[in-house]
Design a protein around this ligand. Structure first.
Ligand SMILES: CC(C)(COP(=O)(O)OP(=O)(O)OC[C@H]1O[C@@H](n2cnc3c(N)ncnc32)[C@H](O)[C@@H]1OP(=O)(O)O)[C@@H](O)C(=O)NCCC(=O)NCCS
Length: 195
């Protein structure tokens, strides 16, 4: 398995994130509502440029994993990620990936996050041979938690990470949701999960 695949769902084309998506990432991260449970404020252009560099680097850690730009009718609506675990408490890098998603606010509540993420679960388990996919968010991030639940991921733990500058709601902790390949296969039944 080499470079990241191009993936498609009914509405979304998922293409490996590239420099051509930088301006859209700047727009995405400059919305304080999008960043509410991440940094709690709009990002500056310089911050997004630095983040973009790190996002591209993720594609070089484990073959097949990385960031995908999500396009609907050719226009950027947000991004999805499958990335290797970064912290020791997240478990082994081999066979695991962390799922994430971030969409422009005008595209929320249209089923796009669950549609794109469902395809990434399929890709991770069926094409890349992953054993487990997990996702983390602040306990108070209802939209993200509902998306995880909609994907069939289940709550594993709530933890309290030491943070220098905690956001409102940090006191309720960070939640981890996960699903294993076996669970995904049993949910998908005999056929692939429909997108
Ligand atoms: C999280 C996010 C990607 C969800 O995107 P979305 O396209 O609106 O999600 P979907 O429309 O696919 O909805 C998925 C499920 O979540 C539910 N949901 C979405 N937003 C919700 C909200 N604000 N409150 C409660 N439930 C919500 C939907 O009803 C749906 O559940 P269902 O299948 O049981 O009906 C989007 O809110 C976002 O980009 N937020 C900012 C970035 C962020 O916080 N990312 C996660 C950080 S870890």
């Amino acid at each position: 398995m080499g470079a990241q695949a191009v993936l498609r769902t009914r509405r979304i084309e998922l293409v490996p994130l590239g420099d051509e998506h930088l301006e859209a990432e700047v727009e995405l991260d400059s919305d304080p509502e999008v960043m509410r449970y991440l940094t709690g404020r709009a990002s500056t252009r310089a911050e997004v440029v630095e983040r973009h560099r790190r996002r591209l680097a993720v594609a070089h850690v484990v073959p097949g994993l990385g960031f995908w730009a999500a396009l609907v009718d050719g226009a950027f609506v947000g991004w999805f990620i499958l990335e290797p675990p970064e912290r020791p408490d997240q478990g082994p890098v081999a066979g695991q990936a962390e799922l994430g998603y971030r969409l422009l606010r005008r595209h929320w509540r249209q089923g796009l996050a669950s549609e794109g993420a469902r395809e990434l679960l399929r890709h991770g388990f069926a094409d890349l041979g992953l054993a487990r996919v997990f996702a983390e968010t602040m306990a108070v991030n209802a939209a993200s938690r509902a998306t995880m639940a909609a994907l069939g991921m289940t709550h594993v733990r709530t933890s309290h990470l030491d943070q220098a500058d905690p956001l409102p709601g940090t006191e309720l902790g960070e939640v981890e949701y996960a699903t294993t390949r076996a669970q995904w296969l049993s949910r998908a039944g005999a056929g692939p999960a429909s997108a």
